[in-house]
Every structure is written in C-alpha cells, then in structure tokens.
Design a binder for this molecule. Structure first.
Ligand SMILES: Cc1cc2nc3c(=O)[nH]c(=O)nc-3n(C[C@H](O)[C@H](O)[C@H](O)COP(=O)(O)OP(=O)(O)OC[C@H]3O[C@@H](n4cnc5c(N)ncnc54)[C@H](O)[C@@H]3O)c2cc1C
Length: 592
C-alpha cells in the first residue's frame, strides 16, 4: 500500500496549531515557501524511495555474517540517497554542514519518513541524537571530527545505554572504562538492543556509550559518556583499523525488522570521554530528550500510515446495507461505526501531531528567543510536553494501528494486507527511549515540580485562553468543544494538585500513568480546539471540499469521545497503593 504525504494536514498543524509563525523572526531562512518546498520534497522522498522498501524490509530483515551486519536489500542505496539529499542535516548547525532549519520542521519531515519506513528512519534518528550529544558536550576537536560526518550522513550514530541487567535502571550499568596513559579509555562490556548498532550502509559508525570508571561512585553518579567508533580514526582523519568492538548478534523482533537491533560487544575498544566524567547520564539525556520527541512523532507517523490504509480499504470494501444511503452492499465507509472509527483515528493522530509539533516549537523557542525570561518559559513548556509527546503519541500509535486492523476485519490479521506490519512496528515505541511508565513518572514526579510547580498552571492558562475564544465564537459547535475542554483542564488541575500533595510518595507512582493519559487527552483536545478555531476562520474564505468543516467535526468527536472521559481519570490518578499492596503473587495466580 502506497503512502500519501499528508502535506495539507502538516502545513495546517505547523502554522495553525503549533504556531510556527512565532519562530520566523529568529529563523529568517524558515519562511512559508521554504517550509512548503522542504515538506514537498521530503514527502516525495518518503513516498517514492522509502515507502516501497517498507514491506520488503519487514520480510527480509537484516542479517549478520562474520561480525558484520548487512541491511535488507535497497536500504543501502536509500541511505546514500537520503544523505545526498541533505535530509540528515536539516536541523544541524551550518558550521558543520547543516541547514540550520528549526527542529519543528525536522519533526514534520521525519513524521513522513517514519510513516514511509519506520525501521529505516531509526538510523537517522539515532544519528541526529549522537550529533546533538556531541554538539552539546563534546570538545572542539570532537565536534570538528564527528559533527560534519554525522550531519552529512557519511557516518551514522548509535546510543549505547542498555545492558542485560540495566534497562530502565541505568544505575545498574557495568560496562567498564579503563583510563589509558594517552588520555583515552578502554571500553569493555556488553550492550544489548542497540538500534542500527552495525550495518553496511557507511564506512564507519559513531557509538556513544555509557560506562563507568573503575573508581567511579556507585549508581547513576558514576556513569560517564564516551565516544568510540567502529573503525579507528587516524590523526589525519583517515579511517584506520577496526576498533575492538563488534555486534554479537541481531535480535529477532515483533516489528521494525529492517532496523538491525544489535548486541554490542566491547572488548577493550579505544574511546574518548565526552564532557566531564561521572556526568554521563545528564549528557546522554540531551540525546534522549531529542529522541523522545522523535519517538513520539513515530507514533503519529505509524498511526497516519495505518489510517491511510484503513481509509482506502473502507472506501473499497463493501458489506451490508448503509443506514445512511440505503446502498447494498455499502462501502464500509458508509457504515456509521466505521466512519466513527476512522474519524477517531484521524482526530487522535491530529491531536498527537499537534502535541509533537508544539513540543518542537517550544524546543526551538527555548533556544532562539532573545529574552531570557521567555526562553526559560519555553524551556519549561518543552520539558513538560516532552514526556507527554513521547508517551501519549506512542500509546496512540498502538491503539490507532490496532483500529486500522479492525477496520480491515479478518484481512487486517492477514500479513499480506500490510495493516499488521504497522501494528507490529508501532508496538516498540511505547517501550524504547524510556518506557511510557518511566515517562509518566518523569511527568508526575519531576516535571510537575519544575520552577516551583509553574509548568502546569502556565499550560492551563493557555488552554483557558482557547476555551474563552471558543466560547466567544458565535458557533454552538465550538461551545460544545469548549465545555469538554474546560472540564478536562479542570480535572488536570485537580490531578496535578493531588500529585503535588503526594510528591515523592508511593501513591504518586501508582497514579502517574493515569495522569500522563489525562494530560495527553487534555493537551490533545487543546490542539484540536485550536485547529477548530482556525478552521472556522479559514472556512470564511471558502470550504469547497469540506476540509474545514471536517476539522471542526473531528474536534467535536474527540471532545465527546476522549475529553468526555478525561475527568473520570481522576479516580485512577488518586488510586493510591492500598489495593495494590493488598495483592500477593499467589492470590494473583503465580505458580508455586
Ligand atoms: C527494538 C529495540 C530497540 C532499542 N534500541 C535501543 C538503543 O538504541 N539503545 C539503547 O541503549 N537501548 C535500546 N533499547 C532498549 C530500551 O530502551 C529498553 O528496552 C527500555 O528502556 C526498557 O528497559 P528493559 O527492556 O530492561 O525493561 P525493564 O526496565 O526491565 O522494564 C520492564 C517493565 O517494568 C517497568 N519498569 C521498570 N522500572 C520501572 C520503574 N522504576 N517504575 C515503573 N515501572 C518500571 C517498565 O516500564 C516495563 O514495563 C531498545 C529496545 C528495543 C526492544
């Protein structure tokens, strides 16, 4: 099934929901024409080059022979074309060969790449993460060596955190870094689940690795960040011999088969430290935060792909009689429950797209706004929205791809339709880059407390401005959205107050996931509400194809189905631990 880049929806989300106009004074090159040209070219690359390799990549996967990983047919050429097209360098610094465009445009572009081929797009995602970590924490020499190569795509990057005993709990890391007389370090240990850990698309791979020195303090305070490469680099920049590291194997996975997920074995690999020793976790978080937003956008991407396929199937497949048209057999599309399902899929995608792009705008403004107070406010917004963008959008990705399967009926369960691949591919996103439970704890435990608890009230103020605008409009459709959004915002206020009162307590940990859902539902509703307001404005200059009317209908549907349930989540937020502690393994059915 082909992929149609949703250019109109993306442009609408960028300008009317995420508010990219606020960025333009600080990014003179980012005007509307540039945005349109970049989106158009990226959409064509996604549809023409990446999408046709999605199915074959899923079926053929990667293979390993004699310590070298080979990617699925076609991907090597795709990577070369991707790098040559400058797609890897979109948001990179012009000093290192980048185009210096804002993160929000990169996020929109990567939504399309991920929708076309999520397994492939993980490679540039990790490469950009490596770029950001070195740009933020590397020495001048490291920047000069690595950044141009990572930006151009001549080399790719990886992120090596996970070990068998250290997944969510990075305090348990054991990989050792022994200081050498020449100031370098020798890395020894095993990393698992390393995305694009090895491949044959480029001559070299840059690995960012978390490890600890022999005398380092225990726990996360003793973790340092290192950079190492598949092949050593000579002083003159030429590639030398193989470093003492290799892939030990590739995992057999539920989805994203074309992405080689490697066990990496470090056996005295020569490495350099990045930034200060024992600050590795904070440094790696530079990379993780960027990646978390991009993983959120993956949820949007894969849901969009599944939605497009479900819509096409619903327009083609005929079953039963339509209570609307009387047609027999009717298109699935003309059955109310299928239409509702498709619209719910689309509404949730647009809500999550709005959240991800708004997070990216906040990240951009946090870097480029000249006023320090405004910069701090945008940073706070970015920090608050990042776990929501990651967790809510990726949960949405799984649910929407599942709905996509449901629209296909039995054919959805049959691999040849392709709907099943989207569902399988979507399932990883709530797990990696910090599971969604970890995101929820970050949101409820850390983000609520930032800046003396100012982040949520500031957000709720902005939401209130939208509900007032909806209420002031002379349009009952918008009043209905305002009422639902207001109630959800109220529930968010109560829930965050309750969690703040239980800061650090076990009860907070029991309610965090429900809170993340409540916040995601509410912020998603805000995004659609902003879209509905803009749609009403835009409709005044014509609505021939019903595009703007449909946007308002989507916001209303979301209000009645998703926002309407939001206040009920308060019970789950304040669940507390009594019932959880009452349960024993035996009573819950554990053997023995
Ligand atoms: C396909 C794939 C690609 C990956 N790519 C990379 C990569 O490139 N680099 C890399 O370093 N890692 C990578 N990972 C690893 C990934 O980030 C981890 O799998 C993830 O962080 C979870 O760790 P874990 O698997 O050890 O699960 P665990 O930490 O064992 O978690 C198991 C369950 O317990 C929950 N849990 C754990 N701790 C807590 C807590 N404190 N509070 C509440 N719940 C908790 C989790 O949410 C989860 O549901 C990848 C994994 C996969 C499967």
């Amino acid at each position: 099934m082909s992929y149609a880049p949703p250019l109109r929806d993306l442009t609408f989300a960028l300008s009317d929901i995420a508010g990219t106009d606020a960025l333009r004074p600080f990014h003179p090159a980012y005007d509307r024409d540039t945005e349109a040209a970049v989106l158009d070219a990226a959409g064509r690359f996604a549809a023409d080059v990446l999408a046709p390799l999605n199915r074959s990549g899923d079926q053929e996967g990667a293979r390993i022979e004699n310590g070298q990983v080979f990617v699925a047919p076609g991907l090597k050429d795709a990577w070369r074309a991707f790098a040559a097209g400058g797609w890897n360098a979109l948001a990179a610094d012009p000093e290192y060969g980048g185009q210096g465009l804002p993160k929000v445009l990169q996020t929109a572009v990567f939504e399309m790449f991920n929708a076309a081929n999520m397994a492939f797009s993980l490679c540039p995602m990790l490469t950009q993460g490596a770029y950001e970590a070195i740009a933020a924490h590397g020495s001048d020499a490291q920047k000069a060596l690595y950044l141009p190569k990572l930006a151009s795509g001549e080399w790719t990057g990886t992120m090596n955190l996970t070990e068998p005993q250290a997944g969510s709990d990075l305090a348990a890391l054991r990989t050792r870094a022994e200081p050498q007389a020449d100031g370098t370090f020798s890395l020894t240990g095993q990393k698992i689940f390393i995305t694009w850990g090895d491949h044959d698309c480029t001559d070299n791979i840059v690995h960012l690795v978390l490890a600890r020195l022999p005398d380092a303090p225990a726990g996360t305070k003793g973790v340092s960040l290192f950079v190492t490469t598949k092949r050593l680099v000579e002083a003159d920049g030429r590639l030398g011999t193989a470093n003492a590291l290799k892939p030990g194997g590739i995992e057999h996975k539920l989805g994203i088969h074309a992405s080689p997920t490697c066990t990496m074995l470090y056996d005295g690999a020569r490495a350099e430290r990045v930034g200060e020793l024992n600050h590795g976790l904070a440094q790696m978080f530079t990379m993780m935060n960027a990646a978390r937003l991009q993983v959120g956008a993956q949820g949007v991407a894969i849901a969009e792909r599944a939605y497009q396929q479900a819509l096409a199937y619903a327009l083609e497949r005929r079953q039963g009689r339509s209570v609307w048209t009387g047609d027999y057999p009717a298109r699935l599309f003309d059955l109310p429950d299928i239409r509702r399902t498709l619209m719910l899929m689309k509404a949730r995608i647009e809500a999550a797209r709005g959240i991800c792009l708004s997070t990216a705008v906040a990240a951009d403004l946090a870097r480029c706004t000249p006023d320090a107070t405004a910069r701090a406010a945008w940073r706070l917004r970015e920090e608050l929205l990042t776990p929501i963008a990651k967790a809510w959008s990726t949960d949405m990705g799984v649910e929407v791809t599942s709905l996509g399967l449901q629209v296909h009926g039995g054919m959805g369960f049959i691999e040849e339709t392709g709907a099943a691949q989207h569902y399988r591919d979507a399932r990883i996103a709530p797990i990696y880059e910090g599971t969604n439970a970890i995101q929820a704890i970050d949101l409820a435990g850390r983000k609520l407390a930032l800046a003396d608890g100012a982040a949520v009230p500031a957000l709720l103020n902005d939401i209130a401005a939208t509900t007032h605008a909806l209420s002031d409009a002379n349009d009952p459709r918008l009043h209905a959205i305002a009422a639902r959004l207001d109630a959800a915002a109220d529930a968010t206020r109560h829930a965050s107050g309750w969690l703040t009162g239980n800061a650090g307590q076990p009860d907070l940990f029991a309610g965090a996931t429900a809170f993340a859902q409540l916040m995601g539902d509410t912020v998603g509703g805000w995004m659609l509400a902003k879209g509905a307001l803009a749609a009403r404005r835009n409709a005044s200059s014509g609505d021939g194809d019903g595009y703007w009317r449909t946007k308002i209908a989507l916001a209303r549907l979301y209000g009645e189905i998703i926002l309407a349930r939001a206040p009920s989540l308060m019970g789950a937020v304040a669940l507390g631990c009594d019932d959880l502690l009452a349960a024993t393994p035996g009573a819950l059915g554990a053997a023995g």
